[in-house]
Structure formats: structure tokens, C-alpha cells
Ligand binder design. Structure first.
Ligand SMILES: C[S@@+](CC[C@H](N)C(=O)[O-])C[C@H]1O[C@@H](n2cnc3c(N)ncnc32)[C@H](O)[C@@H]1O
Length: 366
């Protein structure tokens, strides 16, 4: 039988996943939902080489920054990471982590942009289900358990109402197709005031959209204010979705590329940007459109764009903007570039309550 192992801890810092880091034992231990200075006991749930992962079981010394979480599901739900402290502290932890990650890259001071609110912002939410055990909720990757979240505070009101309706007398069971395997996922999303539910469809049914509408507008305006593009600007928007980041900019010519978007309302091309010939194909498209970009926008998924350096050395735009939802891959991609300078570095909090955030980097050719 699995033997429970309890260990003492003292938290020294917060890592990029929002977990407290303790070095009290021979292995570095990561403990979610703790704060620097806190002391207590944690139960070890897993380990790799020289590190282990544990869960808080007892607090013997509490940080003065600790608050009681506003959400009743916080202890069991794996999706929020900072509700045991104020939003101000949350943003500070994110900023400190981004500063640490950019340690080796020359850059001006990071500008941090707080979210306009901490809750009721997501216009889409994905839940996992298991019909055998009649459970619907957030999947904890560590133990594969589903945590029910009928009172989740993250979605916008319309999505939240639908969420509560699904939990009411387990009515979600009725919308799972009879031939569905017992385990799957469903997504509740709001588009133009209408709420829809997609069962076992790829994530982001109906196309990618930023999940926090007001902060998305903020992001668009940040690009507009910082770039000050004009009617002569020629731009290439990679991983463009529906052109969200460039729709509001001034330009004379624009080419948007994305694999999945269905939009045909502007010069848009569907292309797998991770395919080996993506750069060559893009160059052909630019030639056909007589477009020599002076501005390149890149907004990839978490996996980043490993060969960004090849793209910018080949296309040679005057300016590059890299918008990233994963600072690790962002730093990996930027580290290979030495012909551009980071002129602006911004943390925009599109995902409050969680460890996620958006980073915007403005680069200019040296
Ligand atoms: C973080 S989103 C950004 C979308 C858009 N810039 C926005 O602000 O809404 C990443 C985009 O990458 C696209 N994408 C994912 N994999 C891709 C691939 N292999 N090739 C091209 N685009 C891809 C997705 O469809 C999605 O629109």
C-alpha cells in the first residue's frame, strides 16, 4: 500500500507555476498554495530526480500576506493558484518570475499591467467529465482526479449561469452523446452574447479567441500606442487567429497567417507555421502580394516559435512584436537573436487568479 510521507517545509520563493519552493529537506519541494516565509507540514505526492511535489497539510507559521480565498472550491481545484493572497501580491509574483526569466536578455524595466478585475472574466471554460463516477469539473493533472466547481468565480456571468445549470441535478449527463466514451471534456463558451456548449470537440470550438475580452482590448491598444503604425506600414501577422492583434492598427498592406482561422474578411492565408517549409511558403506569399514587411507580429501557442531567428533574419523587418502566453518558450526563442534589441517588455495580466499571463516584447533591428 502507498505509504504517506509527511515532510516539514519552509517556503523561500514562488516559482513560475505559482508554487511555493522549499529547500528544507534533501530534495527541493514544490508546494502549491503556500507563501514565502510560511512553515508547516506537507504530504509528498510525487517526485522526479532531485525534486518532489507535495501538498500542504498543516500551516505552523502563516505569512501576513495570506488571505482567506474568495472561492469555495479553491482548496480542491487545480486551476487557480493565487487566491490565498491579494491580487497585488499575485501580480508581484508574476513580475518577479518574468524578471528572473529575462535575467540574461538585455531589456528595459518591465511594465506590468494589472487586470481590470480578478474574477468573472473568462468567456470560455473547459471541463472534464467522467460519466461512470458522475463527475464534472477541473482535471488535476497530478492525480487525474476531477474537482467539481459549480460555484467557479472565473467565468463571465452568462457562462457561469450555464455552468450552474449543468450541475443542477447533474443535468450535464443529458448532453453527453450516448456513444461517447465515459471520460471526455466539454467547453462552455460565449460569443456575441450567445452561450454554446461543445462536447468532445477540439479546444476553442468556434476558433481561437482571447478569453478576457476587456484585457484583450487593452492588449490591442497597447500595441497601437507603442507601435504608432501608419498608412505606409506593411505588416505580417503570424499565428494571427482572426487578425485580433493587427485589426486595429494602421497599415498599407497586411498578410495574416494562421492554421485554423476560418476568417476570409482580410488577406488571410491558412498555413501550418510549424511545418519545415513554412518560411519558404510565406516568402512566396509575400512576393505574390508584393509585400516587404517592416513589422512582424508573432503570437504563437505555448510551444512558441523555435526558429523565430530564421524568420527575422530572412524577412528582416524593422520591428518585431512577440506576444507570448509562455515566458519559457519566449525566452528560449529570444535568446537566439542578437541582431535586434528589446525596446519594450510588458506583462499584461490576461489570466488573473492563475500563474498565467501574457508577455509582450517590442524588438527593433540594431
Ligand atoms: C495565442 S493564439 C493567437 C491568436 C491571435 N493572434 C489572437 O490574438 O487572437 C495562437 C494561434 O496560433 C494558431 N496556431 C496553432 N498552431 C498553429 C500552426 N501549427 N500553424 C499556424 N497557426 C497555428 C491558433 O489557431 C491560434 O489562432
Amino acid at each position: 500500500m502507498h505509504q504517506k510521507k509527511n515532510i516539514p517545509f519552509k517556503i523561500e520563493s514562488i516559482d513560475s507555476l505559482g508554487q511555493g519552493v522549499s529547500k528544507t529537506t534533501d530534495k527541493i519541494t514544490f508546494i502549491p498554495k503556500t507563501l514565502p516565509g510560511e512553515v508547516g507540514i506537507a504530504e509528498v505526492r510525487g517526485h522526479k530526480k532531485n525534486v518532489q511535489f507535495a501538498e500542504l497539510t498543516e500551516l505552523q507559521q502563516t505569512a501576513k500576506e495570506r488571505i482567506s480565498p474568495d472561492c469555495i472550491h479553491y482548496t480542491s481545484c487545480p486551476s487557480c493558484h493565487f487566491l490565498h493572497t491579494s491580487y497585488e501580491n499575485e501580480l508581484n509574483f508574476k513580475l518577479q518570475n518574468l524578471e528572473r526569466m529575462f535575467f540574461k536578455i538585455e531589456h528595459p524595466p518591465i511594465k506590468s499591467h494589472a487586470a481590470v478585475r480578478r474574477f468573472h472574466y473568462r468567456n470560455r471554460i473547459q471541463l472534464h467529465f467522467d460519466t461512470k463516477i458522475k463527475k464534472l469539473g477541473m482535471l488535476d493533472a497530478k492525480n487525474q482526479q476531477i474537482a467539481p466547481i459549480p460555484q467557479c468565480m472565473i467565468p463571465v456571468d452568462l457562462v457561469k449561469q450555464e455552468l450552474m445549470r449543468l450541475y443542477d441535478q447533474d443535468s450535464w449527463l443529458k448532453i453527453i452523446p450516448k456513444n461517447s466514451p465515459p471520460q471526455g471534456h466539454l467547453e462552455i463558451y460565449e460569443k456575441n452574447g450567445v452561450v454554446k456548449i461543445a462536447v468532445n470537440k477540439p479546444y476553442a470550438d468556434g476558433g481561437f479567441t482571447q478569453v478576457f475580452s476587456e484585457m484583450n482590448l487593452y492588449l490591442q491598444n497597447l500595441l497601437k500606442d507603442e507601435l504608432k503604425t501608419n498608412e505606409n506600414t506593411k505588416l505580417l501577422d503570424l499565428f494571427a487567429g482572426d487578425g485580433n492583434l493587427s485589426n486595429n492598427l494602421n497599415y498599407s498592406k497586411r498578410l495574416c497567417i494562421d492554421f485554423y482561422s476560418q476568417s476570409v474578411a482580410f488577406p488571410f492565408h491558412s498555413l501550418d507555421l510549424y511545418s519545415p517549409d513554412a518560411l519558404q511558403k510565406t516568402k512566396r506569399l509575400l512576393k505574390e502580394n508584393a509585400l516587404h514587411p517592416d513589422l512582424l507580429l508573432v503570437d504563437p501557442p505555448r510551444s512558441g516559435l523555435k526558429n523565430l531567428q530564421e524568420w527575422i533574419e530572412d524577412i528582416q523587418p524593422q520591428k518585431v512584436v512577440y506576444v507570448s502566453c509562455d515566458p519559457h518558450t519566449l525566452v528560449r526563442d529570444l535568446s537566439k537573436i542578437d541582431t535586434y534589441l528589446v525596446k519594450g517588455l510588458h506583462l499584461v495580466d490576461l489570466f488573473p487568479s492563475t500563474f498565467h499571463f501574457e508577455t509582450v516584447v517590442f524588438l527593433e533591428r540594431k
